[in-house]
Ligand binder design. Structure first.
Ligand SMILES: *[C@@H]1O[C@H](CO)[C@@H](O)[C@H](O)[C@H]1NC(C)=O
Ligand SMILES: *[C@@H]1O[C@H](CO)[C@@H](O)[C@H](O)[C@H]1NC(C)=O
Length: 125
């Protein structure tokens, strides 16, 4: 009983009160604006947090993400802004091609070559 209450409190904190970004939101992530924004800055992540199709902005800057597997962004079909700055990203080609992204931040990543994929709408900032 007490454990259940404590767990509930932790989930509320992790979800920033919105709670709809999913039950498995990693520690350090904050969900906002009816789950359309997810911010996990410097949360020690080595991979993306759970994504969903209402997400429009995702900030995972300052983590230890080294690779985005092909299709990693597929659950976030509505994603427009992705901040991957300050990660240890080395490979992302498969994940980024086909995404509906409009804006992508990649400063201070280890990425040496951007994938050849064509992104008609993308502005690199
Ligand atoms: C990344 O991982 C290294 C060790 O693997 C750790 O020392 C460092 O603090 C981590 N950086 C971040 C931003 O989590
Ligand atoms: C992306 O993340 C970096 C590092 O946290 C931050 O300085 C920058 O302002 C972010 N960009 C946007 C558009 O949020």
């Amino acid at each position: 009983m007490e454990l259940a209450v404590a767990l509930g409190a932790i989930l509320l904190l992790a979800g920033g009160g919105a709670g709809a970004c999913g039950p498995q939101l990693p520690e350090g992530c904050v969900c906002a604006d009816a789950s359309t924004r997810l911010r996990c800055r410097a949360a020690g992540l080595t991979s993306l947090p759970p994504l969903h199709d209402r997400l429009i902005e995702l900030d995972v800057s300052g983590n230890n993400i080294t690779a985005l597997p092909p299709g990693a962004l597929q659950p976030a079909a509505s994603l427009r802004d992705l901040n991957l700055s300050a990660n240890r990203l080395e490979a992302a080609a498969g994940a980024l091609s086909g995404a509906a992204l409009l804006r992508l931040w990649l400063d201070a990543c280890a990425l040496r070559r951007l994938p050849d994929a064509s992104w008609p709408h993308l502005q690199l900032l």
